[in-house]
Unconditional design. Structure first.
Length: 410
């Protein structure tokens, strides 16, 4: 190999780094936001003792985080439509970092609850705006970029509990060891937000100010979108999927133990398997760029539906291997659906109001997702787990049928 070959290879690697640094930074912002959010539940046991509060108090604080997260979806998209995407995500990163850093020093429970609200508000600005941003930076690789984006975010759910275990086993810099975790996470969030602000605008043409556009987007423009049958039908699909997925995830281990007659260790291992297959998002995102988005939407939802139906039908008769196979099929379909859902939405939304429209859709699906666990919990109490999960399977079947109809008439 000659020196010229080495130089050419280095230049090629540098060029690829420059091409995908926006994707890497956007994914890291999302990872850190979800990491900090997922770091709270594993610490609830310690919070009970430290702050002398009940599980109800902690549950209300975390519900507040999720409600603020949901409430920020539309405003962040609307503001991004008017003033640009980069600034909105950067501000969200700063707010998230400040929320984490406010937990570094000892303070009353009200400060913890306030910090959780800040983390919810900051992370609520990310995904809605990031989906449209990545579709503009990588117009021919939208599926691939969203697949990477969602996969990196999913890994935060694996990393956060492990980091909590590691942090609590080490001496703390500011008293309680878990405070060190939020110190590092907060500083990382601020650093990534700064890098995002510096690097990402280089990939974009200048985003015009609202006064330079043909009028700022009006609220009625977002409402008018829902008068389009195909758009509204797909929004219904996203809402139904979010309701099913969140209800399923909240109670899958208990379902496997109760209806599936599996020991707790086996049930938790199968539950981990549901998330272990999230790497499929890289495959479905890439495939949607090549074969089209709607076929992948239909394929992934069909797989998720088949897995869930099989889980309900086979529970009580199949062993761990059979139920494990249904969970894997369910996970492949559910995780594979996420990036292609975003890719489809950005193809049907008008560019001038894309971010705000995504914000409306994500507000609806996050709200539906928040209701899912409560509904499944109630049904499982009054009718049993098999009935509750059977209802989820029926709802997912309806969502799949709607997507098939959309594909046929497209």
């Amino acid at each position: 190999m000659t020196a010229d070959d080495i130089t050419t290879g280095r230049l090629g690697s540098l060029s690829r780094f420059r091409r995908y640094d926006a994707l890497a930074l956007t994914a890291l912002v999302w990872f850190l936001g979800k990491f900090l959010r997922y770091a709270f539940p594993p610490l609830f046991g310690q919070f009970e003792t430290i702050y002398d509060v009940t599980r109800t108090d902690l549950g209300l604080a975390f519900t507040g985080l999720m409600l603020v997260y949901a409430a920020m979806q539309f405003p962040s998209g609307y503001i991004a439509d008017r003033s640009g995407s980069v600034g909105v995500i950067t501000v969200g990163g700063v707010v998230t970092g400040i929320g984490a850093l406010s937990l570094v020093v000892d303070a009353p429970f009200a400060v913890l609850a306030g910090a959780m609200l800040l983390v919810g508000a900051g992370t609520g600005t990310y995904k809605t705006v990031a989906i449209e941003l990545l579709s503009r930076i990588y117009p021919t690789e939208t599926g691939r970029s969203l697949g990477v984006f969602d996969t990196v975010g999913s890994l935060a759910g694996v990393a956060a509990p492990a980091a909590v275990v590691a942090a609590t086993s080490l001496p703390g810099v500011f008293g309680a060891p878990w405070r060190t975790l939020f110190l590092v996470g907060g500083l990382a969030a601020l650093a990534i937000a700064l890098a995002f602000l510096v690097r990402v605008p280089r990939h974009l043409e200048r985003e015009p100010a609202a006064t330079e556009r043909d009028g700022s987007p009006q609220l009625r423009e977002y409402v008018d979108l829902f008068r389009q049958p195909k758009f509204s039908a797909f929004v219904v699909v996203t809402i139904l999927f979010s309701f099913v997925y969140n209800g399923l995830v909240a109670f899958l281990p208990l379902y496997l133990m109760g209806a599936g007659n599996l020991p707790s260790v086996t049930a938790n291992l199968l539950f981990s398997g549901l998330f272990a297959v999230s790497l499929v998002q890289l495959v479905t995102g890439e495939a949607s760029d090549r074969v089209g988005v709607l076929p992948l939407v239909v394929g992934t939802l069909t797989a998720a539906t088949a897995g869930l139906v099989a889980l309900v039908v086979l529970s009580g008769t199949a062993g761990a291997i059979g139920l494990g196979a249904t969970v894997i099929v369910l996970g492949v379909g559910a995780h594979g659906y996420r990036p292609v859902r975003g890719a489809y939405l950005v193809t049907v939304l008008p560019e001038s109001i894309a971010k705000g429209s995504l914000g409306v859709v994500r507000t609806l699906l996050v709200a539906a997702g928040a209701v899912g666990p409560a509904a499944v919990g109630y049904l499982s109490d009054v009718r049993g787990f098999r009935v509750a999960f059977g209802v989820l399977a029926v709802i997912l079947c309806i969502a799949t049928v709607i997507t098939v109809i959309l594909w046929v008439i497209d």
